[in-house]
Write a protein that binds this ligand. Structure first.
Ligand code: ATP
Ligand code: MG
Length: 395
């Protein structure tokens, strides 16, 4: 008998014609994440089977828990045939080192030629457990331990341990998006939710040195590194926004500073998205959170781009967002106290109902097209490297 990891798929099992693409992508993503672990992967439309070095199980499972498209991770045993005696021996080994008071055996039999029916198999194996583990009893409703037995066409599987996967679609199956990544709490969470839907993320960060610090930039890079562990690699675009921001500050009535600044960010993001073949912009806006996120503001800002802007957090409240940020491991980094360019140039009374006509009028006051072109041409592209240590630090 072989110890192995069995993966049950997430939502993609509902795909019919292109299930092959989803499964191949999931396999590729797993292979890339586990490149150092020497894992052999076999799959069909029902399950993925991972054979790895016996000493690596914990590390492999930890990494699998960061991969979208996985519904459940099961550590179990595989038998090359259905011989009852061998199933019983395997069961004995499996329960040897675990203690429990109540249990149940659940059997699935996809091989309909097998001589015993599922309830009979469960009953026999249950009897064996009662004999091996004195003092235990069967509880079919709330057992401490459920022993699963699957009789497939040629092989049989036994398992107890199950861990929840992240669900969603494998990253890359739905194309690419450009995430506006600031140093705040919201945007990394927006990125995570988008990756969960199978979209690979590249990130864009606007910095305004010397008004924003190197620490603020490092913080965004750290956030990109954390997000990278959910998609193996991550490209970060860093755009120097200083000249644009200073021109806005000099030429635009201060109540419109943020509105115009965000229109510039959107314009630049759209162009870089197109260059990089990203089909959407993603950001961490949430309705009503600040003046630039009223419905009127969102309209005035969105008006300068054609590309769809996805706002996964549009209807989340801040506490829900914080909870998710904690879960995905970005919260502690996001609350580090370095200012980003938005917070430095915030006027005392930003407008909550900006008029599009006025935005267009004000923007005539400075040569923003030239400045945008220059910022795009000179922007820095960082390939966030694969660092083994990040898994250890963050999990
Ligand atoms: P907070 O958690 O404090 O709200 P935030 O990052 O959401 O931080 P907002 O001012 O609410 O900050 O900005 C709304 C969205 O605009 C962000 O979620 C992010 O997607 C984008 N954004 C803001 N500032 C930047 C920046 N400097 N670079 C890239 N994107 C930015
Ligand atoms: Mg926000």
């Amino acid at each position: 008998m072989k110890k192995l990891i069995i993966i049950k798929y997430g939502e993609m099992t509902t795909k019919k014609d292109n299930i092959g693409l989803f499964l191949r992508t999931l396999k590729d993503n797993i292979t890339q994440a586990l490149v150092k672990e020497e894992v052999n992967i076999i799959y069909d439309t029902g399950r993925m089977f991972l054979y790895c070095n016996q000493n690596n199980f914990d590390k492999v499972v930890e990494k699998l828990q960061c991969i979208f498209g996985i519904h459940e991770i099961i550590i179990g045993y595989e038998l090359d045939d259905h011989n009852q005696k061998r199933i019983e021996d395997a069961l004995k080994v499996m329960i040897q080192n675990i203690t429990f008071n109540t249990f149940k055996v659940e059997t699935k039999r996809s091989n309909k030629n097998y001589p015993l029916k599922s309830p009979e198999i469960s009953k026999r194996l249950g009897g064996l457990v009662l004999k091996e583990k004195t003092g235990t009893s069967v509880d079919v409703h709330h057992p401490e331990v459920t022993i699963h037995v699957e009789i497939r066409l040629e092989k049989a599987y036994l398992y107890i341990e199950k861990r929840k996967g992240l669900g969603g679609y494998p990253v890359g199956t739905l194309g690419k998006g450009l995430l506006m990544l600031s140093g705040g709490i919201d945007s990394p969470v927006a990125g995570y939710l988008t990756m969960k839907r199978g979209v690979k993320i590249e990130a864009i960060y606007f910095e305004s040195p010397p008004h924003t610090s190197q620490e603020a930039k490092n913080k965004v890079q750290s956030l990109a590194k954390i997000l990278k562990k959910y998609q193996n690699t991550c490209v970060l675009h860093i755009v120097n926004f200083t000249e644009i921001q200073e021109s806005i500050y000099k030429n635009i009535p201060h109540e419109y500073l943020i509105t115009i600044m965000r229109r510039m960010m959107y314009r630049i993001s759209e162009r870089i998205a197109k260059q990089r073949k990203c089909k959407i912009i993603v950001n961490g806006e949430s309705i009503g959170q600040v003046a630039s996120q009223t419905l009127t503001s969102m309209n005035a800002i969105n008006q300068v781009v054609q590309i769809p802007v996805i706002r996964p957090l549009a209807c989340f409240d801040k506490l829900e967002i914080i909870k998710l940020a904690e879960k995905i491991g970005t919260y502690q980094t996001s609350i580090l106290p370095y200012e980003d360019c938005c917070t430095i140039f915030v006027p005392e009374h930003p407008i909550i109902n900006p008029e599009i006509k006025k935005c267009e009028e004000f923007e005539k006051c400075f040569p923003y097209e030239e400045l945008i072109k220059e910022a795009i041409e000179q922007h820095e592209i960082v390939h966030i490297e694969k660092e083994e240590s990040i898994y250890n630090d963050l999990l």
